[in-house]
Design a protein around this ligand. Structure first.
Ligand code: GAR
Length: 214
């Protein structure tokens, strides 16, 4: 069975979604970049080892990433799962875990990398928004995509209502992506593209706003 370590920075709802599913792997530890991350309580509840590597204790990104890597490597994980981890990682860190590091992002990448994705989607007036699970590469929020979920954007949406709709889908696709990874069904090919051995096809489209019946 594969081992994973999950890294968080805050609320931890994606961590909770992962902990509540059968992922077909062993969650060896949860590591937070903040001591006050609410999500640590979910690890506590499940009796999973957890620790804090605080960015505040390190003068720069390189030394924080080096400390984080030392903590991660204590658990010898096959995969490192970023679940609401809010720090930008150095190239050295990302390359150390090449093909073994995944992230969830609250937009349909490559649209809206970075922060405030729901506000940007509302500002642009897009009618479809969503979330993405991807392998992490040094190019921030541009790594090879494993799975995405799309949701409609409604006229009356606020950042909060849209964010909640997206988050519900995050909680569905992240466990699936981790399960695929741990079963070996999904991997990063040498050409930098995602290989998914048995991806099923869905031919239903999401049209938003819906077409009218004629
Ligand atoms: C989630 O929406 C996640 O996609 C996002 O932060 C939130 C964390 O929530 N991640 C990023 O923006 C990473 N760039 P959670 O702590 O409740 O899982």
């Amino acid at each position: 069975m594969k081992n994973i370590v999950i890294i968080i920075s805050g609320r931890g709802s994606n961590l909770q979604a992962l902990l509540n599913e059968n992922l077909g792997c062993s969650i060896r530890a949860v590591i937070s970049s903040r001591a006050d991350a609410a999500g640590l309580s979910f690890a506590k509840e499940k009796g999973i080892p957890y620790s804090v590597v605080s960015h505040r204790d390190h003068p720069d990104r390189a030394s924080f990433d080096a400390a984080l890597a030392i903590e991660i490597d204590r658990y010898h994980p096959d995969f490192v799962v970023l679940a609401g981890f809010m720090r930008i990682l150095t190239e050295a860190f990302v390359m150390r875990y090449a093909g073994r590091l995944i992230n969830i992002h609250p937009s349909l990448l490559p649209a809206y990398p970075g922060m405030h994705t729901h506000a940007k989607a509302l500002e642009d007036g897009v009618k479809i928004h969503g979330c993405t699970v991807h392998f992490v590469t040094p190019d921030l929020d541009h790594g090879p995509i494993i799975i995405q979920a799309a949701v409609p954007v409604f006229e009356e949406d606020t950042e909060q209502t849209l964010g909640e709709r997206v988050l519900r889908e995050e909680h569905r696709i992240y466990p699936q992506a981790v399960r695929w990874l741990c079963s070996g069904r999904v991997r990063l090919g040498e050409n930098g593209k995602v290989i998914n051995d048995r991806s099923s096809r869905m031919d239903a489209s999401l049209i938003s706003p819906s077409l009218e019946e004629t």
